[in-house]
Design a protein around this ligand. Structure first.
Ligand SMILES: NC(=O)c1ccc[n+]([C@@H]2O[C@H](COP(=O)([O-])OP(=O)(O)OC[C@H]3O[C@@H](n4cnc5c(N)ncnc54)[C@H](OP(=O)(O)O)[C@@H]3O)[C@@H](O)[C@H]2O)c1
Length: 190
């Protein structure tokens, strides 16, 4: 699978998910309390101010998410504000927030034809099924994997079934005071 151009002048697709220590991104009942409060304190860790978080989030041009993640996000309260968001689905949906668009079809066309001309900093925010398809198609330029200090025991596996073996390049590691660790990887060079 040849990787479409994502760096330099063009768009970049960042896959971001939070995983438990044992590799799950959701509990069987979808509850997310394990994400909210880690209960862990790592004194040497970094902290990030609300202003820094806001500036970081402001730099994201567009979110892409699978329909099951969309359903869950609606239940919890829409977290993406007015930033454009594309929900990948084969179903018909009732009218949504103005910033939300539904997309059905080829994912490479979505990224290269629909999103790339409009957005540079594109964030794929789950779930497992959609992330796996993006990885299989070589559409991800960066993986940001946040590890939460918790074992869940069961749930939805990160990336579902494993895609083919592929070596990624570690670019950065940040450990936070609350025990979360963020690992950033860039895509293998084709
Ligand atoms: N821990 C985290 O960071 C994190 C992040 C995101 C989500 N989550 C959790 O993950 C769970 C959802 O993940 P999931 O893997 O079950 O589902 P998902 O990836 O969010 O959504 C799957 C749906 O996306 C659509 N889809 C996927 N690939 C497609 C394609 N190639 N073409 C057309 N449509 C496609 C289909 O929608 P239709 O069925 O509508 O056709 C499919 O059923 C939720 O519990 C959510 O809370 C956790």
């Amino acid at each position: 699978m040849s990787r479409s151009k994502g760096n330099g002048e063009g768009r970049s697709v960042t896959l971001h998910v939070v995983s438990s220590l044992d590799g799950f991104i959701a509990k069987p009942d979808n509850s997310v309390s394990w994400l909210d409060s880690t209960g862990s304190v790592y004194q040497a860790g970094a902290s990030i101010s609300e202003e820094e978080t806001a500036a970081f989030v402001k730099a994201i041009d567009c979110y892409v998410l699978g329909s099951r993640t969309y359903e869950h996000a609606l239940e919890l309260g829409w977290p993406y504000g007015d930033t454009p968001a594309v929900v990948v689905t084969g179903r018909e949906w009732p009218p949504a927030e103005k910033s939300v668009e539904f997309y059905s079809g080829d994912l490479k066309t979505l990224v290269d034809v629909k999103l790339a001309p409009r957005y540079r900093n594109i964030w794929l925010v789950g779930g497992a099924m959609l992330c796996q398809r993006f990885l299989e198609l070589g559409l991800v330029d960066e993986i940001r994997l946040t590890i939460a200090p918790v074992l869940l025991g069961e749930g939805l596996r990160l990336f579902g079934g494993s895609p083919a073996e592929e070596r990624w390049n570690l670019k950065n590691v940040v450990a936070y005071k609350n025990g979360l660790v963020e690992l950033s990887y860039s895509a293998p060079i084709a």
